[in-house]
Write a protein that binds this ligand. Structure first.
Ligand SMILES: NC(=O)c1ccc[n+]([C@@H]2O[C@H](COP(=O)([O-])OP(=O)(O)OC[C@H]3O[C@@H](n4cnc5c(N)ncnc54)[C@H](O)[C@@H]3O)[C@@H](O)[C@H]2O)c1
Length: 407
């Protein structure tokens, strides 16, 4: 369950002409074809080398020329000047476009006729390599995915590989692609990952906070009319004993009234880095497209709570059990100690009307969708690593305390 932040500049930030780019990341040698090498003194080194495999230290200051430029659909900067004309397709930069939400969004927008560029450091793939994990379904390399998309549709998606925490790299991608809208998915998005140890907590904060700051400054410096659509997460609101509004709440305190951002009560370092429920990936891409097609007014900052249905964990377990039984599977539900710190039972009511008002037509969690997900698990059952199923990261071990008291 996410929330969607959408803003059009002008953002009131003072900008610096000399980028505060800090060499930060290491990457495995297999990425070297795309990266400019440099040395790094980052404390992150220990974390990256963990797992025993020696990896060359390099700064992700990647190819600024788009990698898939062989057949650019629209490359002259003159034509981009007029991209706000109705006949010119909007240019959308999808940061984190190699990830789960980003890839689907990039394809959806490309299919709808937008000019799309993906910006991604491929760090998500590196996490899996470091932790010795793999996805249930095989995921092709970003280059093969893009080649395949072009062969199926004839459409080109540009690719910039690099780290948005590196402002120099991000600046070059902005100058090269000249986006009309930026969709920002480029974050470390796993709460358990952020709670493994101090290094991952610091990495998550740095990556997500500095990356987002860099995007804001890049818009301010290079594309000040650009519309930013950014995914947050509902988890940052915690589980307050009042309704969760979409972004803002009007409070009267000591006789004075103001409308303020809805309070954060995040319970992991991931959730704390962000500016539950169910959302079909088809709705994720629909929501992002709706936000791009209906941009915020200049200077306006909108928040949409982006989910369509709400279930308890027990309700989800019961739905999956029933769907599995229909397919002849022997499904068992077991209870395990909660590795997180939320209350087991709590009030939860988040508003989610604004995207519906913009035209969102939700795909609800139906029997047929559960069937198709279970059929994927059956198809790839030989890839299932049962050791990864039980939670292995405990919030309590790194000292987080519950925040919300039930009334
Ligand atoms: N997947 C969900 O159900 C869900 C729910 C709520 C919120 N969100 C939010 O949506 C966003 C995307 O989630 P996802 O599930 O697609 O994650 P993901 O991990 O699959 O994709 C994120 C992508 O961003 C890239 N990335 C990370 N840091 C980067 C950096 N500094 N520079 C360049 N690229 C970088 C990664 O390599 C990865 O490809 C996140 O902000 C997440 O908090 C997702």
């Amino acid at each position: 369950m996410a929330h969607l932040l959408s803003t059009s500049c002008s953002i009131k930030l003072s900008s610096s002409h000399r980028p505060l780019s800090q060499p930060f990341r290491q990457c495995p040698t297999k990425f070297l074809t795309f990266f400019t090498l440099g040395t790094s003194k980052s404390p992150f080194k220990r974390f990256v080398l963990q797992g025993g495999t020696q990896q060359a230290s390099c700064v992700v200051r990647a190819t600024v020329a788009p990698i898939s430029q062989e057949t650019p659909t629209q490359s002259s900067s003159d034509s981009r000047q007029n991209s706000s004309e109705p006949s010119k397709p909007k240019r959308v930069m999808v940061i984190g476009g190699d990830g789960y939400c980003g890839w689907a969004t990039a394809l959806h927008l490309s299919n709808k006729g937008y000019e799309v560029a993906i910006v991604d450091s491929l760090i998500r793939r590196l996490f899996d390599q470091q932790l010795g994990l793999d996805s249930l379904t095989p995921i092709a390399s970003i280059h093969n995915r893009l080649r395949c998309w072009r062969s199926v549709t004839g459409k080109t998606i540009e690719l910039y590989i690099g780290d948005i925490c590196d402002f120099e790299f991000l600046s070059e991608t902005f100058k090269s692609f000249e986006p009309d809208a930026v969709v920002h998915f480029g974050e470390q998005r796993s709460a358990p990952y952020s709670m493994i140890d101090r290094n991952r907590a610091v990495f998550t904060q740095h990556n997500n906070v500095i990356g987002t700051l860099n995007v804001l400054f890049a818009i301010k410096e290079f594309r000040d009319q650009c519309h930013l659509v950014k995914l947050g997460t509902m988890g940052e609101y915690g589980t307050p004993n009042i309704d969760i509004e979409e972004g803002y709440i009007t409070i009267t305190h000591n006789g004075r009234t103001d409308t303020l951002p809805f309070p954060k009560q995040a319970s992991s370092f991931y959730h704390l880095s962000k500016t539950r429920g169910y959302l079909d990936i088809r709705d994720t891409v629909q929501c992002v497209e709706l936000a791009i097609a209906n941009p915020a007014q200049p200077g306006e900052f909108r928040v949409f709570n982006q989910f369509t249905e709400q279930f308890s964990v027990n309700e989800l377990a019961s739905l999956v059990t029933k769907a599995g039984e229909k397919l002849g599977l022997d499904v068992k539900t077991i209870s395990v100690p909660n590795p997180r710190v939320e209350a087991e039972e709590h009030y939860y009511n988040a508003k989610h009307t604004k995207l519906i008002e913009l035209g969102l037509e939700p795909h609800l969690l139906s029997d047929s969708l559960l069937d198709s997900l279970l059929n994927f698990a059956i198809k790839f059952k030989d890839r299932v690593d049962t050791k990864q199923i039980m939670p292995s990261v405990s919030w309590k071990k790194i000292g987080v305390k519950p925040k919300t008291l039930a009334a």
